[in-house]
Design a protein around this ligand. Sequence first.
Ligand SMILES: Cc1cc2nc3c(=O)[nH]c(=O)nc-3n(C[C@H](O)[C@H](O)[C@H](O)COP(=O)(O)OP(=O)(O)OC[C@H]3O[C@@H](n4cnc5c(N)ncnc54)[C@H](O)[C@@H]3O)c2cc1C
Length: 419
Amino acid sequence: MGRYSIFAVAAGALGGNRGWRPAWRKAVPKPSYEVVIVGGGGHGLATAHYLAREHGITDVAVVEKGWIGSGNVGRNTTIVRSNYMLDRTVPFYEASLKLWEGLSHDLNFNVMFSSRGVINLAHTPAQMDIFTRRANSMMLNGIAAEMLDVAGLRRRVPLLDVSPAARFPVVGAIHQARGGTARHDAVAWGYARAADSRGVDIIENCEVTGFLREGDRITGVRTTRGDIRARKTAVAVAGSTSQVMALAGIDDLPIESHVLQAFVSEGMKPALDVVVTFGAGHLYISQSDKGGLVFGGDIDGYNSYAQRGNLPIVEDVASAALAMFPAFSRVRLLRTWGGLMDMTMDGQPIITTGPLPGLYLNCGWCYEGFKATPASGFTFAWTIAKDEPHPLNAPFRLDRFRQGRVLDEKGRGPYPGHH
Ligand SMILES: Cc1cc2nc3c(=O)[nH]c(=O)nc-3n(C[C@H](O)[C@H](O)[C@H](O)COP(=O)(O)OP(=O)(O)OC[C@H]3O[C@@H](n4cnc5c(N)ncnc54)[C@H](O)[C@@H]3O)c2cc1C
């Protein structure tokens, strides 16, 4: 696999651009691997990359039922940040942000990470107190955070309606300048290409339909392209977690699947150069480099595995967008779509060995999974390679729900209005 560089682009141009190779091979399944990863989303592919790069484990297959990027990794609203509050969650998301900052170089693939800043709006003095506490907690963990008042917001986001007569008057905000966005499908392609270049087999159109087992031990997977044996089987299927784990006889995970929709407008000239989230009215919005407004709101309130949206949510989110940004009233909506969210009850993920011997589980990403992709892959690879958690994912055990040691990061999780 040649390296991508300005010289490669120049050589390609001189050669009529006929020499480009596919970014990853169309691998066919071998009968057995050391590690099989179920799910070719961001987390599965990142895990494969770090298994190969950090632990030298390259006898790995990523088994994906559709195509790479067909799941949430290619459907999210691309927000990346580490403005969390708990001492047990902040280091994980901050490690992820640090990996984002070097990811394009690390993968030799432009993931278009843009640290344009993330602003979370507060609408009451009480919410401002909570954000101030969060900013203090971030700073105690060595992460810069800034509080903005209304005048500061008016300067930073001129199109935002901060007038007292607004539908949801704004009193201030917390701002993480290093947060931002990345191009979501490039993340999938970049990790896929990097993993493939180290020998990982990426097997698309290959659905896992069951697990191979010897007694309690999982020894591989049944797929639509035949059985594949594995010394270690790792599951990273996000919104399909309950369905896939039920195939292994695990049907009591603390996870619900819900649909979350995203929206993109027609392209416009630059109008919004920061991510704005508006928890009180259910909106987060940014402008992509292509010019479209990318925005989203809440999950649907009921459980579902249908990967599609519905009109009431479109109306709800569009009206929230216009309440905050009246200037966007004549912008036309171009596309909407839905993704499947794996919601845990405390809003934090599960990255663990087990719950059966030979099995490893990565799930429960709620609204946080895209920003977490690098750290999730890094720590899951560690967990698989060493059969124990990395210190960063040690709090994300499955048995915390049984023991009542939930990670109660207020303002996260499957509650309306939080992102
Ligand atoms: C609309 C929307 C907006 C979002 N916005 C943000 C955001 O702004 N910031 C943020 O941090 N997070 C966001 N998220 C959450 C984030 O996208 C997800 O948490 C994250 O992408 C999940 O991990 P993944 O990429 O591995 O999942 P996926 O890409 O869904 O990967 C799972 C893969 O498993 C495959 N699979 C399922 N079943 C099987 C099977 N039986 N056999 C083989 N393969 C199987 C699926 O086809 C899929 O490709 C958003 C999600 C949605 C839906």
